[in-house]
Write a protein that binds this ligand. Structure first.
Ligand code: ADP
Ligand code: MG
Length: 303
């Protein structure tokens, strides 16, 4: 189990993280979310032992993860960390990069393992390409494959798909997260993409103003977003009578006590997002068709 016990940290005088505590069991997938600058990357670096903590402790299976004051080499053996900026060897091939830390003692097993990893990150066609000739997204995939090459017990991923285009992102995400679950690798992911979280995370941790303001399952937080920050992470939402209501929970009905005036329809593929006025406030709801400007409609909040 990963046990983060009441940790606090600052680079200079301003605190970045204060009194953060959470646990993650072997094989669990935990997401860390929060606005840019909320300390997601810092938290991952602390888990890796990159800096000395100001307060608190971090344990993996009862063994303390210590910072540079106590270690010559940063990063425990059983952990891998994939930074936002990845650090590859540009002049050798994709296969050589992925296999860089694998033993040369069993060349056939090594090649089989490299092939398996190339499949996970969908880079087979680039096996023999030099890394310097790859796009940013392809490099990110090499970095991911290299991190899982030696089967760490824990993997720390900092916005792992940020450089990967939408064409590849969905399938790569499924493939990587499925692989980590199958191998029972604990995975901590910093992200601002709800699609990294909803289908894959056992828990999500929300950072805001140096604090951990939530730690719950994505389902619980989606259904009961405790505040606007959490709701905004998931979806377009409104505040109606002091309650948070997602745009997809508002339905147009024949009549109701919520009378609104449509202002603008945004095409979203299988639906339109309608901007409307309700009691002088701008609200949004989802609708199958576009709605003519200034049409009066009645809305119902679905449970
Ligand atoms: P996030 O990953 O959520 O965007 P970071 O962990 O990168 O946030 O940054 C958290 C805060 O710490 C920010 O205010 C950032 O400016 C500051 N910070 C990050 N890295 C350093 C550093 N090496 N030295 C000083 N301040 C830093
Ligand atoms: Mg970051």
């Amino acid at each position: 189990m990963l046990y983060v016990k009441n940790i606090s940290f600052s680079y200079k005088k301003t605190p970045v993280l204060k009194a953060i505590s959470f646990k993650a069991n072997q094989g669990e997938h935990v997401s860390i979310i929060g606005e840019s600058g909320s300390g997601k990357s810092t938290l991952l670096k602390l888990l890796y032992g990159t800096y000395d903590l100001e307060e608190g402790q971090i344990f993996w299976k009862g063994e303390e993860i210590l910072g540079p004051k106590h270690n010559l080499i940063i990063g425990p053996e059983f952990m891998k960390y994939v930074a936002q900026e990845f650090d590859l060897m540009p002049f050798i091939t994709v296969s050589e990069n992925i296999g860089a830390f694998l033993s040369n003692f069993y060349p056939e097993e090594k090649q089989a393992r490299i092939n398996e990893l190339l499949d996970v990150v969908e880079l087979k066609p680039f096996a023999k390409t030099k890394v310097k000739e790859l796009s940013g997204g392809q490099k990110q995939r090499v970095a991911l494959a290299r991190a899982i090459a030696k089967q760490p017990e824990v993997i720390l991923l900092d916005e792992p798909f940020s450089h990967i285009d939408n064409f590849k992102k969905q399938s790569l995400r499924r493939s990587l997260f499925k692989y980590l679950k199958e191998k029972n690798i604990t995975c901590i992911v910093a992200t601002h993409d709800k699609d990294d979280v909803l289908s894959f995370s056992d828990y999500m941790i929300v950072l805001h103003n140096t604090k951990m303001i939530a730690n719950n399952t994505p389902k619980d937080l989606y259904n009961n977003p405790e505040n606007k920050l959490i709701a905004s992470f998931f979806d377009e939402f409104n505040e109606i009578d002091g309650k948070i209501v997602y745009a997809n929970r508002l339905k147009v009905v024949a009549t109701s006590n919520l009378k609104a005036i449509a202002k603008q329809s945004y095409y979203k593929g299988y639906y339109y997002l309608i901007e409307a006025y309700l009691n002088g406030e701008t609200i949004f709801f989802e609708h199958k068709k576009m709605i003519e400007k200034n049409t009066e409609i009645y809305l119902l909040i679905e449970k």
